[in-house]
Design a protein around this ligand. Structure first.
Ligand SMILES: Cc1ncc(COP(=O)(O)O)c(C=O)c1O
Length: 393
């Protein structure tokens, strides 16, 4: 199977981990050789309720038995996306009322950018340096790192950059700016939280000049930082909220939310300002609805903060220089990228799943399912410490 995988399935890197999956349940992925791997990555923050959560699989099966795709987005009234967007609105500030459901995080970013340009009539978009918002042309255009995007130029024009957490850059936001787009917590850059009221200051500056604030919550959203959305931790409400990843606990999905008035501009002039065949798919919306209900009707969000505390108390080692992030969105910042690589690759051999971050080479990602138990956290952290004790410089 590995030969076929490398030959017929297009690859994203020359060195995929290439574990052959048999099945997955809870916090474990089982490989075809019978090994159980403790999952500290959760499909890169996507499997928020762990693998094959019974409420989610039931919702999917029930919906599959009724109907699957019946029409392109937005034409027919289908209960799952209506119920989902209504529940989401009840959990968000009143200005974030109307949600457009799409197929992935990057498509949601594209939708948010189009909405910002359409609503403001301006073109400039300002992004954070070292941000990651996805890999389609618009999202890629927002990426500050030339080495990751140069080969695909020309990209979309009128994009500028500000340093995340630098108040001195806020003057770059002017009356020409359609929107500032930021990750609420910078992910690929190393799980960097906004500090010293940074997001509230960006919000204030945007309001002063009539620019929109778009927050990308694709990674920290849906309970991972102890709140439903990370912006709730930082005294800042965006004009457009972008979601994805953990939203449907493992099915492909994305969404962007704004006021009803703003979102209505996508309907007209031009008509169908954004269209998608599968967005709002009823099976995926059912999984998203079951996921959201489980998160808000349980203690999972509050538990996330207790679990963060526990991980921080366990993971003390001379090679771990810092633990960044919040809740179960944590990054170990190692003394060197060699130690980060050693830890991730040795952990894989010992059936503990860890992973890299996109741009911070010294970082090791710890983003387990929100449902991970304290015993599982202890098991994984013990393995991490044993591996680091074995490291010879
Ligand atoms: C912050 C952030 N934005 C956007 C994306 C893109 O999402 P997707 O891979 O679903 O297109 C990601 C994915 O890693 C992300 O972490």
């Amino acid at each position: 199977m590995k030969k076929d995988f490398l030959k017929f399935q297009a690859q994203t890197s020359p060195h995929p981990l290439a574990m052959q999956v048999s099945h997955a349940k809870g916090s474990y992925i089982h490989d075809s050789e019978g090994n159980a791997h403790l999952d500290f990555v959760a499909g890169v923050s996507a499997c928020s309720l762990g693998h094959c959560h019974p409420e989610v699989t039931k919702a999917i099966k029930d919906q599959v038995d009724k109907y699957m795709h019946v029409m392109v987005y937005g034409e027919y009234i289908q209960e799952p996306p209506v119920a989902y967007t209504k529940l989401l609105a009840s959990l968000l500030p009143p200005s974030l009322e109307t949600t457009y459901l799409v197929n992935s995080g990057t498509e949601a970013i594209e939708g948010a950018l189009k909405l910002a340009r359409r609503f403001t009539g301006r073109s400039q978009i300002i992004a954070g340096k070292k941000a990651y918002h996805g890999n389609t042309m618009g999202s890629l255009s927002l990426m500050g790192l030339e080495e990751r995007k140069g080969a695909f130029r020309p990209l979309i024009p009128d994009i500028s950059y500000i340093e995340f957490n630098a108040p001195s850059d806020l003057g770059e936001i002017t009356q020409k700016t359609a929107a500032v787009i930021l990750e609420t917590i910078q992910g690929g850059a190393g799980f960097i939280e906004p500090s010293n009221g940074y997001l509230a200051n960006v919000r204030k500056r945007c309001s002063e000049v009539g620019a929109l604030l778009i927050l990308d919550e694709i990674q920290p959203g849906f309970g991972r930082t102890g709140k439903l959305f990370a912006f709730e931790n930082y005294d800042c409400i965006p004009d457009i909220l972008v979601m994805g990843k953990g939203m449907a606990s493992g099915l492909p999905v994305g969404a962007f939310t704004a006021s009803h008035e703003m979102m209505s501009t996508l309907q007209d002039n031009p008509k169908m300002g954004h269209i998608t065949t599968f967005g709002g798919n009823p099976v995926i919306a059912s999984a998203a609805l079951a996921t959201l209900k489980c998160i808000v009707e349980s203690t999972l969000m509050a538990d996330t903060l207790a679990k963060e505390k526990y991980v921080r108390s366990l993971l003390k080692h001379k090679f771990i220089k810092e633990i960044r992030g919040k809740g179960l969105m944590l990054a170990l910042i190692m003394e060197s990228s060699e130690i980060a690589d050693f830890l991730i690759l040795t952990a894989a051999k010992r059936h503990l799943i860890l992973f890299w971050l996109l741009f911070e080479t010294k970082a090791v990602r710890i983003t387990p399912p929100l449902t991970v138990s304290l015993e599982e956290l202890k098991e994984g952290c013990d393995t991490i410490l044993e591996i680091l004790n074995d490291y010879r410089q």
